[in-house]
Design a protein around this ligand. Structure first.
Ligand SMILES: Nc1ccn([C@@H]2O[C@H](COP(=O)(O)OP(=O)(O)OP(=O)(O)O)[C@@H](O)[C@H]2O)c(=O)n1
Ligand SMILES: C[C@](O)(CO)[C@H](O)COP(=O)(O)O
Length: 409
């Protein structure tokens, strides 16, 4: 997760940030070994799943997670500390206050739009995030919701059925709820200053301040884990989709770039002085391009050109770490953990050995794995062929990724 940049994908609607509220105690779920957001479902902590889904979304930049002061160690264990786009802050005594503090923490980042999401909703998906972001308007919020399907009864003072509430037009609100950032932050501050502390979601604050909120279709899968039974069902759901079968996948990648006049080459993220440079649309880092393909191959996600077409002017001169970090995020979003990466650079010159340590450090940061899981090798081509004639540099990469255990069909 380390080293991800905001310069990662087209951003037509301005900067989008996320507040994930995770400071609740989960009293209703009644878990004895930590609140529900730290329970493991399908082999991973609920909160880690949620964060990775947002990290993998191409429009999202900074993510603030409001956690309980007592949960720092649980958070570190569940999520790790290596995502430089993810900041954990101390939440408040109510959901409303956790949101307010999360928004405050985003003030200096100054996003245009913000999504506010419950850590307890681990089945949020990319389409739902897309729909919500797209529906945020100028001075207008967006609320994913589903029409209520059950007949609704109001309880009487004696615990009997008091009345039937017409369900027509009623919707059950979900998260992520989306808003123009400054507007929702100001409304939360206003609620706080006026001592209004009983809002159970952010759309109700917008409603109170008379900001229009657009309804967008929610997702029936996007349930909030509230009771112990919800956690058990979420686990069962993920486990039944996966058998307990080790699913280790290997991908390979190959790339070549030709030399052209210049004074340095960039290899595996390190600029090396040389009497020529590599020609390419991006920074022509042949090692990172091969690695991007290898990572994408582990989850059948096409190749580098599928995601970053050379015809797209925005990638001109781009640092290739963007491509690797993007591919690593895709892998993580699909539940994968990168086990190792191995790159062989094939060139007569420059010499790679003196830069191996720096390259390993850069890759370790990019992939969020330790240096001993990274191998960078170099070989000459014994003066044979185009590499031997020093017309260019080739690279081969292999990556292994452990997925949670899908049964191959
Ligand atoms: N002081 C609080 C209370 C709640 N939340 C978060 O708000 C979301 C929705 O709240 P809810 O499902 O009610 O969670 P809990 O408050 O943890 O549950 P309970 O009411 O059963 O204790 C959760 O992700 C929860 O962690 C929060 O950040 N800060
Ligand atoms: C925000 C929310 O998820 C919308 O349905 C919900 O209100 C939060 O749960 P809580 O039990 O009200 O805290």
């Amino acid at each position: 997760m380390t080293g991800a940049t905001e310069n990662q994908a087209p951003d037509p609607g301005g900067k989008v940030a996320v507040v994930i509220v995770a400071a609740g105690r989960g009293a209703r779920a009644g878990q004895t070994d930590g609140p529900k957001q730290y329970q493991r479902i399908g082999g991973r902590a609920v909160i880690a799943r949620v964060i990775d889904i947002f990290l993998a979304h191409p429009l999202i930049g900074r993510i603030v997670v409001a956690i309980h002061a007592e949960d720092q160690e649980l958070f570190r264990q569940a999520v790790g500390t290596d995502a430089d786009r993810v900041t954990a802050i101390a939440g408040g005594a109510t959901r409303q206050d956790s949101v307010r503090l999360g928004l405050q923490a985003l003030r200096s980042y100054a996003p245009d739009k913000v999504l506010i999401h419950d850590a307890a909703r681990p089945f949020v998906d990319m389409d739902l995030i897309d729909r919500t972001i797209a529906a945020i308007g100028e001075g207008e919020g967006a609320l994913p919701a589903l029409p209520v399907a059950d007949t609704l009864k109001r309880e009487s003072a004696t615990g009997m059925v008091g009345e039937t509430v017409p369900r027509s037009g009623l919707h059950a609100a979900q998260t992520p709820q989306g808003f123009p950032f400054l507007a929702i932050m100001t409304m939360h501050e206003e609620a706080y200053n006026r001592g209004k502390t009983d809002f159970t979601d952010d759309a109700s604050i917008a409603e109170w301040m008379q900001m229009p909120v657009k309804l967008v279709p929610g997702s029936p899968d996007n349930v909030k884990l509230t009771w112990a039974r919800d956690i058990a069902m979420a686990h069962q759901r993920l486990s039944s989709e996966r058998a307990h079968f080790p699913d280790i996948r290997t991908g390979n990648g190959y790339d070549v770039h030709a030399f052209e006049p210049g004074n340095h080459v960039t290899l595996c993220g390190v600029a090396i002085p040389h009497d020529r440079k590599l020609s390419g649309h991006s920074d022509a880092d042949v090692g990172l391009h091969a690695l991007t393909d290898a990572l994408l191959a582990t989850c059948g996600a096409g190749d580098i050109g599928t995601h970053f077409p050379p015809s797209d002017p925005q990638w001109k001169g781009a640092a290739s770490r963007i491509f690797v970090e993007y591919a690593a995020r895709l892998v993580r979003e699909r539940g994968g953990r990168i086990a190792n990466a191995d790159i062989t650079l094939i060139c007569e010159a420059p010499r790679v050995g003196p830069h191996r340590e720096a390259m390993t450090a850069v890759l370790s940061q990019m992939l969020g794995i330790s240096a001993d899981r990274i191998s960078i090798k170099a070989t000459t081509n014994e003066k044979l062929g185009f590499v031997g004639r020093e017309e260019g540099i080739a690279a081969i990469a292999t990556a292994s990724v452990v997925f949670p255990g899908e049964v191959p069909e």
